[in-house]
Design a protein around this ligand. Structure first.
Ligand code: GTP
Length: 380
């Protein structure tokens, strides 16, 4: 707790004239306002900004306490206070406290500045420090929104002249502007985060979308190349999905895709795993750190899990329920090669799985440049 000092000692310590003499003249007022403006622009976040403002008021003026008390969104409770000066903490009311309490509550309730020329005669005064004689409270309001109250307390009964009050009214307006800007910036950041999330997720299934997958694949390719770890991929495709749509309707097909996405999600076991909708009725699992046998096992467990779900498929050529075909591959990423190689390889494996009768898992290994040359010769 700060050591209580008398008004006189405080004035001497800060080199200020007695009473409110230091505030007389437009120049002094303007200087203080200008400094408050600067402080409002300096802080990193809202808390720091408000702290700098009350520190500035306490430093520049012969006041005992300067505080800003913020309201909750409903405007029913004070939830935060920043202060500078000689607050006697033992007597302060713990936060949160309702606006039905105290002179600050009265200020917030009726939206009017409150001058308490003599605290002895105000039943709502909540003692901040025993040496305080007078208090001035100003609503901090931006347009219709009440953000809180600026509270200034003085050991001097005549401190709050018309001029001094005008200064604090202007300071409260500046604080309101700073709070408004900080809240708008906060809301904007939250909206941006939400938009970013929406731009990365698939509207139907709620899992990551193709854009998210492409970005993750590129990033994981580089990262795992550096770490010397394998990257595995399983391309999952629902069998006979067109006949399912045609027979049971598109909405049934949609529900089936949602179920498949949920089942795939159960196989993303590590934080770094990703399940995404690759497009249409194709889903993909990107599994860093897995080799070919591991991703083959995962694909097989997933295939069995989908069968066990027994989603009715009245016109499949494979089974009376929905089945999937899975193409898997794994490789050691190399910065010099494009990550699309992983997709091309898994796609080839998926094609083979379809050709082998569907409802199975097939693995493929990437083609080397030599493979490609010999295939070209065979074609000749
Ligand atoms: N309900 C629904 N259907 C979709 C969606 N996206 C793609 N499809 C359908 O998925 C079907 C895919 O059909 P095909 O590519 O012919 O494949 P398939 O019938 O599953 O045959 P195979 O893959 O060879 O077993 C098409 O009829 C698309 O209209 C979607 O979001 N919802």
């Amino acid at each position: 707790m700060a050591t209580p000092r008398t008004h006189e000692a405080m004035i001497q310590a800060r080199g200020l004239p007695r009473g409110n003499g230091g505030l007389q003249g437009d120049g002094a007022m303007t200087g203080i306002l200008a400094q408050v403006s600067r402080e409002a622009l300096q802080g990193e976040g809202l808390d720091a900004v408000l702290q700098r403002i009350v520190d500035c008021l306490f430093r520049r003026l012969p006041v005992a306490i300067a505080s800003i008390i913020l309201l909750d969104d409903a405007g029913t409770h004070f939830v935060q206070e920043v202060w500078a000066g000689q607050l006697d903490l033992e007597q302060s009311v713990p936060l949160p406290w309702p606006v039905t309490l105290g002179a600050a509550g009265r200020c917030a309730r009726n939206g009017q500045a409150q001058l308490i020329a003599d605290i002895e005669h105000d039943p709502d005064y909540v003692p901040g420090h025993r040496a305080v004689r007078s208090e001035y409270l100003v609503p901090i309001r931006h347009r219709a929104r009440m953000h809180g109250v600026l509270n200034i307390e003085s050991e001097h009964a005549e401190f709050f002249t018309l001029e001094v009050r005008a200064l604090f009214d202007a300071v409260a307006d500046q604080i309101a502007g700073a709070i408004h800007l900080a809240r708008v910036a906060g809301e904007l950041a939250a909206a941006n985060r939400k938009l970013e999330g929406l731009s990365m997720s698939d509207g139907l299934t709620g899992i990551a979308n193709r854009r998210c997958f492409d970005l993750r694949l590129a990033a994981d390719w580089q990262r795992l190349a550096q770490e010397g770890r394998m990257l595995a991929l399983a391309l999952v495709d629902a069998d006979c999905f067109k006949p399912l749509n045609d027979t049971c309707g598109h909405l049934y097909g949609d529900e089936c895709l949602r179920t498949l996405a949920r089942l795939c999600g159960g196989f993303a076991e590590r934080d770094e795993d990703l399940v995404a909708r690759y497009g249409g009725e194709e889903l993909v699992l990107l599994l860093p750190g897995r080799d070919l046998p591991a991703v083959h096992r995962t694909g097989e467990h997933l295939r069995q899990r989908v069968e066990a779900e027994a989603i009715a498929h009245p016109c499949s050529t494979v089974a009376p329920h929905v089945t999937i075909s899975v193409g898997v591959c794994a490789m050691q990423p190399e910065p010099a090669r494009a990550p699309e190689l992983l997709i091309q390889t898994a796609d080839r494996a998926l094609y083979a799985a379809k050709a082998q009768g569907r409802n199975c898992v097939v693995a493929a290994v990437p083609r080397t440049p030599r493979d490609r040359r010999s295939r070209a010769r065979t074609a000749e």
